[in-house]
Design a protein. Sequence first.
Length: 287
Amino acid sequence: MRFGVHVSKAGGLKRALQDAIDLGCDTIQMFAGSPRSLRQSAIDEDEAYAFLQGLTKEDIQPLVIHAPYLLNLASPKDETYEVSVRALAHEITRCQSLGADYLVFHPGNHLGSGMEAGIKRIAAAIKKACDMTELTRDNGLTLLLEMVSGAGTEVGWMFEHQRDIMGMAEGAPLGICLDTCHMFAAGHDIATREGLSETLEKVDEILGISYVSVAHCNDSVGVLGSRLDRHADIGSGMIGEEGFRVILGNSKIRALPLILETPKIRMEDDKRNLAAIRRLAKEAVIW
Ligand SMILES: [Zn+2]
Ligand SMILES: [Zn+2]
């Protein structure tokens, strides 16, 4: 199984690589720039090359990039929308400079314009960003729509939302990123074997399981269906240790790169959560 964490790039790519090595990551996720800004500086080519060489040498893969939170591809406000489309295109370019395999982003918030309008807006935005960057299915980069918790006017907490976006943005290299906290909060009972198998059957029926490329592993502060996007340490939230044994025992989940986005102040926090998830994966009954 491949486990990793969201590492910080704040100290530079070299430092991010060293953190991933020190933590014993098999895969990593990071922001390509500042997570709270849509204006990003360029990536140094030599630095990116050394980073990629390091990842290959250490067999840390895939490399997942998470887009900034400010992106809102569903915004009914033209100005925000245009800025978001350009920011997505910029993220795609940065992913290509870094040699990233996946770019994960939250579909967006419709802000009252309705789910259908939001979905249309998102699909059009993705198509436009792909056109701007000439991104096709043959470029080695896949854009992953993350499953979100459905707080406020969020689009993308039901599998049908992702299906419709993928259908409308035909031609774009799209896939799905699961998130255990978000899915649980959105009301998918993935903490029990019965609930998880039902959820995965739905994923397969509605989206096709082969489109699922990455899973974020986070425990949930909120209860099932709370729509609360608040991540907890592995085993200490509402999914709990037993819930994670169920999740980590599933053979489809085991085949995915699993990335932690658990609360962290210092490196020890990632170490502790990585140790916990690896222990639970070992204790799990495979099914
Ligand atoms: Zn996310
Ligand atoms: Zn996530």
